[in-house]
Design a protein around this ligand. Structure first.
Ligand SMILES: *Cc1c(COP(=O)(O)O)cnc(C)c1O
Length: 443
């Protein structure tokens, strides 16, 4: 962008200046509406989510066989919720504010198979594709026991097809491992941010890892190109896929059930705030969609991004969505939060979800590292840097009087609040790598 264009943008949208200065910002969304008003913009419905739930249920017997670690949840890939009361105290001190209600952590960081939130969307899209191919070939019907997919004949069948994806690491892990297990020939196009151990692990699974010195946008573009020239190659489009989005959305009803089991009440007087780390937007967008359908107007979703990669905040705030990248403003998109190192937001998610999101904020890399160290110290839970992005969310909310009064969140109501930090990755980080993360925290 030319300097004059940037200046014009700053005049119309003053917060852009703060983004360019890499300041930590918090922006509550004036476009947010009720679920009823916002839902039509999504273009997907409860029925679509129910279909995704049913598909994952059909595959459950397959998972029990192919990934025995999923047997304890009957072949369903789901994570637990834990309270983090010591961290809650630490956050109040650190941010000098009162966080009333309960602080909980959703441990998608410890999901089986790939140890990140991508075990929801990425795996779901591979399953959808596999089911379609097998159906079309007359090898599988929905009433079959899908355990039969875990067999040599099916692996040979899927071996005739290829899957490609571009990723900063975790999506590649989920899609790579899942695809290879089914028998597909799979290529993962990895951006420069991707960690070495993730590439190594994928190669051990027989995945073709293609490395780039550029960022996520380039890796995705190259993956797309490879697939275009090959009719048997299916490209999983993280920037636009509704299937990925639906895979994530299943989290909504699952969470509702977990809350019911733990007697955690969510209603008008017991608001639920959810803080979701955002990269391209599919993960947090899909989860937020599912949460909205499950909890209606009593859930409030807030996205968190690195100061160096605030693509979704930028896109929604300026209404330019995927027509602008952080690099257009001279922001470098270089962050330790590799899962969030995305310069241009999904064109689909921002437009679909902008009416159903309460807010956005950014935080620095050093903040993520410090929070990583503090969480490990206080609660003994170790995450990767991206997964800490949601941690300051409760403090941002409780320190924003205008937002609280706009939504009628009185001090009384906030005493009943549930603050849920979505931990998106880190469960499979090798010990040596984790030591480096912990050593970077200044606490
Ligand atoms: C991918 C990822 C996210 C964000 O998901 P997007 O779909 O890219 O927005 C958050 N945290 C981690 C650890 C991730 O890998």
């Amino acid at each position: 962008m030319k300097k004059t264009e940037i200046d014009k943008l700053i005049t119309d949208y003053p917060l852009v200046k703060n983004l360019i200065n890499l300041e930590e910002v918090t922006w509550f969304n004036p476009l947010s509406t009720t679920l009823e008003q916002g839902l039509p913009y999504v273009g997907l419905t409860q029925e679509d989510v129910a279909e995704a739930e049913a598909r994952l249920q059909r595959f459950a017997p397959y998972f029990c066989q192919a990934f025995p670690e999923t047997q304890k949840t009957q072949g369903i890939i789901e994570s637990e919720i834990v309270a983090i009361p010591e961290m809650q105290k630490t956050l109040q001190q650190r941010y000098n504010c009162e966080i009333t209600g309960r602080l909980l952590l959703k441990k998608d960081s410890h999901l089986p198979i790939s140890g990140s939130i991508k075990a929801r969307g990425g795996i779901y899209e591979v399953l959808t594709h596999a089911e379609k191919l097998a159906n079309q070939a007359g090898l599988l019907s929905e009433t079959d026991d899908y355990a039969k997919l875990f067999s040599e004949p099916f692996r040979e069948f899927f071996g005739r097809y290829r899957i490609a994806v571009g990723s900063t690491g975790n999506l590649g892990m989920s899609i790579g491992i899942m695809s290879a297990k089914l028998g597909f020939s799979v290529s993962v196009h990895m951006s420069a941010d991707a960690r070495e151990w993730k590439k190594k692990k994928l190669r051990e699974h027989g995945v073709n890892v293609v490395e780039y010195e550029q960022d996520y946008g380039v890796a995705v573009e190259q993956g797309r190109k490879q697939a275009e020239s090959d009719p048997d190659c299916f490209f999983i489009d993280d920037e636009n896929s509704q299937t990925l989005f639906l895979g994530y959305s299943v989290a909504g009803n699952r969470l509702k059930q977990q809350f019911a089991e733990q007697n955690i009440l969510v209603d008008e007087d017991h608001p639920l705030f959810v803080y979701l780390p955002c990269g391209v937007g599919g993960g947090p967008g899909g989860v937020a969609f599912g949460l909205k359908l499950a909890f209606g107007d009593n859930v409030h979703c807030i996205f968190a991004e690195p100061t160096h990669s605030p693509c979704m905040l930028l896109g929604v705030y300026t209404q330019l969505h995927d027509n602008i990248s952080v690099q257009d403003l001279g922001i470098d998109n270089i962050t330790a939060a590799d899962g969030l190192a995305v310069g241009r937001a999904s064109g689909f998610v921002g437009r679909a979800m902008e009416h159903l999101l309460d807010g956005f904020y950014t935080l620095s890399d050093s903040e993520m590292y410090d929070l990583l160290g503090l969480l490990a110290l206080d609660e003994g839970i170790q995450l990767e840097p991206s997964a800490l992005a949601g941690m300051p969310g409760a403090a941002r909310v409780t320190s924003s009087p205008d937002y609280l009064s706009k939504h009628g969140f009185s001090p009384e109501k906030m005493k009943n609040a549930i603050h849920l930090v979505w931990a998106t990755g880190g469960g499979m980080v090798p010990a040596a790598e984790m030591s480096k993360y912990l050593a970077t925290a200044k606490i």
